[in-house]
Ligand binder design. Sequence first.
Ligand code: HAM
Length: 424
Amino acid sequence: MSTKLQGVRGMNDLLPEEAERWEAFEEIVRDWLRSYGYRPIRTPIVEYTKLFSRGVGEHTDIVEKEMYSFEDRLNGEHLTLRPEGTASCVRSVIEHNLIFQNPQRLYYSGPMFRHERPQKGRYRQFHQVGVEALGFAGPDVDAEHIVMCRRLWDDLGLDDVELQLNSLGDAAERATHRTELIAYLEKYQDQLDEDGKRRLYANPLRVLDTKNPALQEIVEAAPKLIEYLGEASLKHFEAVQALLREAAVPYRINPRMVRGLDYYNRTVFEWTTTRLGAQATFCAGGRYDGLIEQLGGKPAPACGFAMGMERVMLLWQEGLDAGPLVSPDVYVVHQGEQAAPFAFRSAELLRSAGFAVVFHCGGGSFKSQMKKADGSGAAYAVIVGDDEAAAGQVALKPLRGEGEQQAVTPEALVELLADRLYGE
Ligand code: HAM
């Protein structure tokens, strides 16, 4: 017996019912992005590995242990399936000189890959909608990103969401804090776990991010980055908060939020919920003023965020009725040698007029075809037998609600349907 083929663990199929919901979500998201003036950018799924090691950071979990990296068999190049979209977006913007004159508001969506342990809300192939504003320095863009998120959650009817906010300051402030933090953590070196010891010198901020309950007390009392912020960083952070208060967006300052990627400075934020268990963060981002230069571009400020689509969909679907979102207007049922080509042409005529039409394929009795028509969710069946075809007519039968069956020519059918579906 041959073994059954299966999809790769942590990489999911979206079956039609769910895929339709995703498409509905994507339409809402596209309108929302346009309403804020964001334009699409599409970059490849595969990039050179060094883009992420340099961009996301050598000592992040993502680069250390989660990337799908491989050597191209043909030329030995080191390649990686993108674990996130910001580095690719910045690479593309630099490569094509996009912010040479004007700042850019960009967005992307698509699959990302991280080799994590799969569980509810955490997958190895997942999808993000990402938003990046490149070339903007002021706190207004940081606030714009947060406010636009809030609007989307409201449009989707998501409740039970919380905004956590922090500032990571600038490079010099972080360096001072880092020195002090290392000195502080060194005192507890024996008590640190494996990860903590490994990160102590490489990425001490990440030590604070530990979920290990045994370390909470140590972490709690550690020097907080926010206490090391200089005037300019504090002013920026204050201005972001003022704009949020103005827009009536509630937030909670979480001085221990550090984010899992190294490129951030100043504002960072995460949207969390209690509804997704351990995978509480469904959208996150912040400012990354150093990344463009770090990846070889002319220095320019930037900020952005990305939402995990699977997580947002889990939250959104809770509030939705089940059942197909998309049904055809018409299901065409036919039987007989003359009837088939006539029905086929009639279906095309209806589509030319803008209706969504499913043509029955595969034969069967009228009765079984009508069952399929009903199950399709269509509002009407169009029925064609050889007698109707000989008379140049089809029968229109309502599948939902009241109404008699009516025989008409295909041309008259277009008008009749328009009237029934869209008329008063
Ligand atoms: P991130 O926090 O790594 O940030 O990911 C953003 C979101 O993607 C997370 O909040 C989560 O909802 C979702 N996500 C991450 N990993 C998984 C996974 N394994 N399974 C399901 N969902 C996941 C970034 O990626 C940054 N590029 C965001 C950004 C854009 N910052 C500035 N611009």
